[in-house]
Write a protein that binds this ligand. Structure first.
Ligand SMILES: [Zn+2]
Length: 259
C-alpha cells in the first residue's frame, strides 16, 4: 500500500534569482511564502491564520527583492509556508514542522510518521539549502556576505514589541556588530542587536550552516511587519537597508579584517 505522503506534490520549494553576474551579497528569505500544497488542506488552519505571520513573514520577500535589486546579489526565497517546513530550522528541531505556532495548534502537523517528516525534509529543506550552497559555489569569487531577511509581528502572545529592526548574528558576530556601528544617523527606527530573537532561540540555522564554512560574513535582519505593509514602505526599507549594508561592507574593507 502506498503512503499518503508520497502523493503530496510540493512543487518548487525554492526560487533563485540571479540579479548580478558578480554578486557580492546572497540575499536569503526563508519565510517568503505562505503556500501550502493543496493535498495538505491548509494543515487544518483557516484562511485567516494562513494569511498571518504564523505561516510566513509578511512583507519580507518584497523587501528582500528590493534589497537584491539594489546591491549586486543572488536572491534565494522559500516557496512553501514555514508551517509545512521551516527552512531556518534543522531537520531534528521540533520547530521545523511545528505542531503549535504562537498560540495556534497546527492540526496537519500532529502525529506525523517519521516517513512523513522525512518526505518534507527531502522535498523542502534539502532543495532549499542545496540552492543556497550552489549559489555560494557559483559566486565564490565575488560573494562576501549572506543576509537573511525576515519580518516579525508587532504583537506576540499578547505583548507589544517596541523594537522595529533587529540585527541578529549567528556564531560569527562580526557583520552584525559592524552594522550596529554603521547605523544610519538619521534613522527613525528603533534598531536593536539580537532582538526580538537571538541565536539562543534557534533562529540562525541558515547563517551558521552556510556563513562561516564558506568564509562569508553573515547577518539576519528582522523587520517589524507593520513597517513594511505597503509598496512604498517596502521600497523605502529596501533603500535604507541597501545603503546601510553597502556602508558596512565599505567600513569593513577600510578597517581591514574585522576584529
Ligand atoms: Zn522569519
Amino acid at each position: 500500500m502506498e503512503s499518503h505522503a508520497t502523493e503530496i506534490d510540493y512543487e518548487e520549494a525554492v526560487k533563485v534569482s540571479r540579479m548580478s553576474s558578480a554578486p557580492r551579497v546572497l540575499v536569503v528569505c526563508e519565510h517568503a511564502s505562505n503556500r501550502v500544497p493543496a493535498q495538505l488542506h491548509g494543515l487544518g488552519l483557516n484562511a485567516q491564520h494562513l494569511a498571518s505571520h504564523i505561516a510566513w513573514d509578511p512583507g519580507a520577500l518584497e523587501v528582500a527583492k528590493g534589497l537584491a535589486a539594489r546591491v549586486p546579489s543572488v536572491l534565494i526565497a522559500g516557496n512553501v509556508s514555514r508551517l509545512v517546513y521551516d527552512c531556518n530550522r534543522p531537520p531534528d528541531a521540533k520547530s521545523a514542522i511545528p505542531e503549535q505556532s504562537e498560540i495556534h495548534d497546527v492540526p496537519g502537523n500532529k502525529g506525523l510518521t517519521p516517513f512523513e517528516r522525512l518526505a518534507r525534509v527531502d522535498a523542502i529543506y534539502r532543495p532549499f539549502h542545496a540552492a543556497v550552497s550552489k549559489a555560494i559555489r557559483e559566486a565564490r569569487d565575488t560573494v562576501e556576505l549572506m543576509v537573511t531577511v525576515h519580518s516579525f509581528t508587532p504583537v506576540y502572545d499578547g505583548k507589544a514589541r517596541t523594537v522595529e529592526i533587529g540585527i541578529l548574528h549567528g556564531s560569527d558576530p562580526r557583520f552584525a556588530a559592524a552594522m550596529m556601528a554603521c547605523r544610519p544617523d538619521q534613522s527613525v527606527y528603533d534598531i536593536r542587536l539580537n532582538q526580538p530573537y537571538s541565536a539562543r532561540d534557534g533562529v540562525t540555522h541558515t547563517l551558521d550552516l552556510h556563513g562561516p564554512v564558506n568564509g562569508l560574513h553573515s547577518v539576519m535582519i528582522e523587520i517589524r511587519n507593520d513597517l513594511i505593509q505597503t509598496d512604498e514602505a517596502q521600497d523605502r526599507m529596501a533603500d535604507q537597508l541597501a545603503e546601510w549594508i553597502e556602508d558596512t561592507l565599505h567600513a569593513l574593507e577600510n578597517g581591514g579584517q574585522a576584529q
